[in-house]
Design a binder for this molecule. Structure first.
Ligand code: ASP
Length: 172
């Protein structure tokens, strides 16, 4: 309701049939209903031409969540973080990412002298040791990329300044 009120105040056109914008789980060929606890998040990390790092994460949370649950995604330091050392976006069982402050811990590891690969793998190992699963994408100011995960798979892609493109779906 707050978003609708804000949109009206801004004079934006109203969406009369919100359902027309969604494909509900299980309705499309590639959109099967989840069998158990499942999650799906989109994250992005960027380094611009002036050396600035940024991260963003968007999620619907986890299937079967309690009403009102807040996961790691909107919590700075937990699911999303960017500072002058690294940009980090996480996906997985948010409760564990919150407990280890996963995104900020990765950047702090880089600040303390770890490579991005070491810092991000250490965070995923720590989450695994607690019994959690998921992954993260991370980028440092040198343009290094790290994308560790301990879940079954994590779809990821990157674009380099020379036009190089990479895409990986599974494969650890
Ligand atoms: N981390 C998200 C959450 O716990 C879920 C996800 O990454 O898919 O809400």
């Amino acid at each position: 309701n707050g978003a609708a009120r804000f949109a009206a105040e801004q004079g934006l056109a109203r969406v009369e049939d919100p359902e027309a914008w969604y494909t509900r789980a299980g309705q499309g060929e590639d959109n099967h209903p989840p069998s158990g606890l499942s999650h799906g998040t989109v994250g992005c990390c960027v380094l611009d031409s002036q050396g600035r790092l940024a991260a963003a994460t968007s999620t619907a949370g986890v299937f079967g969540k309690m009403p009102g649950r807040v996961g790691d995604t909107p919590i700075p330091a937990a699911g999303t973080w960017a500072d002058e050392h690294a940009a980090v976006s996480c996906t997985g069982q948010g409760e564990y990412f919150i407990r280890v402050a996963a995104a900020a811990r990765t950047a702090f590891g880089v600040a303390a002298g770890q490579t991005l690969a070491e810092a991000s793998q250490a965070v995923i190992d720590r989450i695994g040791a607690l019994g959690g699963d998921g992954g993260l994408i991370a980028l440092d100011r040198e343009g290094n990329i790290a994308q560790p995960y301990n879940s079954q798979g994590m779809k990821r892609a990157w674009l380099a300044t020379d036009g190089g493109v990479g895409v990986e779906v599974f494969g650890r």
